[in-house]
Design a protein around this ligand. Structure first.
Ligand SMILES: [Fe+2]
Length: 265
């Protein structure tokens, strides 16, 4: 028998019933089209929608919110967030690309631009900034996260790491719990990393794919943008994305987002 650990099983049982409801509610009238991204998302749980666009909008920090020594949130003005989202979703057609690939519409529920720093060795297995392998259990399998690099990230800068659906299942079936390292009993795991120039990005289903933040080497740091998308009846952007930068990432979107205002995307 598989040894899926209890926490993982509980997270799955609690939220898996919502997946088909979301799919039915948020996909009405959409024709899903076959594309490399559609195939990647369906088979691997992640994909690259396109690569290396040059961000036209400078995401200048209004302020820096230091969460702790190793993790800082770059606070971006509301107007700049809105311009940036319109640039990638409308001008670069990410909205169309995602809708065609998944057959669903989404709500942009969270935006964050954050900097992670090197962590001393004795603290590296402490949960400081999602630096342990995990899945985002308080979401449905339909949740998508877009990760974007605003500047060059190399392997030394602690890039985002993730596994595809098959490798994730292999790891979970070994009874794995949160850890900085993957179990040595698993064979041939392919760890993907988000490295590259400014504008590199990937799309991940974080409930399906195990992932973790890499830890930068001493003297290095990594800046990354994360955009959380949840299925929605209409494409929209939450009106409080600016304020949410000061809070922890919202989870359980189907319950907690009921009273959040939105504007159409
Ligand atoms: Fe995560």
């Amino acid at each position: 028998m598989n040894k899926i650990n209890k926490k993982e099983l509980f997270g799955d049982l609690l939220f898996n019933w919502i997946d088909p409801i979301e799919q039915a509610y948020c996909s009405r009238g959409i024709n899903k089209t076959e594309s490399p991204l559609a195939i990647d998302l369906a088979t691997k749980g992640w994909g690259f929608p396109f690569l290396n666009f040059t961000p036209k909008i400078d995401l200048k920090a209004e302020n820096f919110l230091k969460i702790h020594t190793y993790y800082t949130v770059k606070i971006i003005e509301a107007k700049i967030i809105s311009e940036f989202l319109k640039f990638i979703f409308i001008e670069l057609k990410l909205k169309e690309i995602i809708q065609n690939a998944t057959g669903m519409r989404y709500s942009v529920d969270f935006f964050t631009d954050y900097i992670t720093e090197h962590v001393p060795h004795d603290l590296q297995n402490t949960a400081l900034y999602a630096n342990q392998w995990h899945r985002d259990l308080a979401f449905t399998k339909n949740t998508l996260k877009i990760f974007i690099l605003p500047k060059l990230v190399t392997k030394k800068d602690g890039p985002l790491n993730w596994l595809d659906r098959r490798d994730t299942n292999q790891v979970l079936e070994s009874g794995f719990d949160r850890d900085i390292a993957l179990p040595t009993s698993c064979q041939k795991l392919n760890v993907n990393q988000l490295t590259g120039n400014a504008g590199s990005l990937c799309l991940i289903q974080p409930k399906i794919c195990l992932h973790k933040a890499g830890i930068p080497e001493f003297g290095n740091s990594r800046e990354q943008i994360m955009i959380q998308l949840n299925p929605s009846r209409h494409w929209k952007i939450r009106s409080d994305l600016y304020e949410k930068q000061f809070t922890q990432e919202p989870n359980m979107p189907f319950f907690k987002n009921i009273f959040r205002h939105s504007v159409n995307l």
